[in-house]
Design a protein around this ligand. Structure first.
Ligand SMILES: C[S@@+](CC[C@H](N)C(=O)[O-])C[C@H]1O[C@@H](n2cnc3c(N)ncnc32)[C@H](O)[C@@H]1O
Length: 275
């Protein structure tokens, strides 16, 4: 009885305390993390934009080509569709989407350095009239609801402070029935692959980054293993995609699960019975 009365008295106070300290502190720290990432991400990628494609190719031992081919084979991109490339970087995926037959590709990225490289590549390509690149944040996409047939993203989600928000934004801008496709580094399920890949991946990017890009490269590429360590596994990411409102979520592990291709569809509105 006494406990009950203590609870009745203590609860409003606890809520007040929690609101004042715990929730406010958590809210402030999430806000600060977002501000820091928004401030630092463009600088980080601006730093490595110049040699990004070559470094990428060397670091993956050419596997990026294999993953690109898998994306082209499995991603549900319809011919003539309007597709968003979130975190387009140097426009590798935007160009692939155009080659796959997308009618229009819009790429967004926070880094002007990466966008400049991408624009130069797009202008030299035969798809210049169908690809448009612009600055924008994956977590606050500057587009209207349901304005794309599909939204795709490659190797970006690890870098954002709030992946659920990025997923929610991708779902928001895709029309009902449209697809969301995410290609990202992942955690191989087999112990052997993990045992080989994890130490290699911890050491290789900062060392190669330093060799190719100097001390700045070491810091920039040193972020890679750290970002993967914080990133959810394939099943967990699929669950987060479903929680973001996607239906028919599936994934394919590529190269023993080093990379994963996740796909889902924004459901069509439920038809209410006429009577
Ligand atoms: C590893 S690169 C991948 C680029 C490209 N998608 C590719 O596959 O080559 C990650 C890109 O995500 C961009 N990025 C990171 N956080 C972002 C955000 N919040 N909004 C938009 N772009 C972001 C970076 O600027 C960078 O160009």
């Amino acid at each position: 009885m006494a406990t009950g009365s203590i609870h009745q008295v203590a609860n409003p106070f606890r809520f007040l305390l929690q609101f004042c300290f715990v929730d406010l502190a958590a809210g402030f720290s999430a806000w600060w993390y977002r501000v820091a990432v928004e401030r630092d991400t463009p600088a980080l990628f601006d730093q490595i934009a110049a040699g990004y494609d070559t470094t990428n190719w060397l670091m993956t031992g050419g596997l990026w080509g294999v993953w690109r081919a898998a994306f082209a084979r499995h991603a549900p991109i319809a011919r003539g569709s309007r597709v968003l490339d979130v975190g387009c970087g140097t426009a590798e995926l935007s160009l692939l989407l155009a080659r796959m037959g997308a009618g229009e590709v819009v790429g967004v990225d926070l880094s002007e350095g990466m966008l400049a490289r991408g624009r130069a590549k797009v202008e030299r390509s035969p798809h210049a009239d169908r690809i448009h690149l612009q600055r924008g944040d994956a977590m606050a996409l500057p587009f209207a609801d349901a304005s794309f047939d599909a939204a795709a993203s490659a190797f970006v989600m690890r870098n954002v402070p709030d992946l659920d928000r990025m997923l929610a934004e991708m779902v928001r801008v895709v029309r009902p029935g449209g697809a969301a496709v995410v290609m990202e580094l992942s955690h191989p399920p087999s112990k052997l692959a993990r045992g080989l890949f994890t130490p290699f991946f911890r050491v290789m990017p900062p060392v190669l980054g330093r060799l190719l890009r100097g001390p700045g490269g070491s810091a920039a590429y040193g972020w890679l293993p750290e970002s993967l360590a914080r990133f959810p596994g394939a099943e967990a990411l699929a669950a987060r995609m479903a929680a973001a409102g996607l239906a028919d979520v599936s994934f394919r592990r590529l190269t023993a699960g080093i990379v994963c291709l996740h796909m889902g569809r924004r459901p069509l509105p439920r038809q209410e019975p006429l009577y």
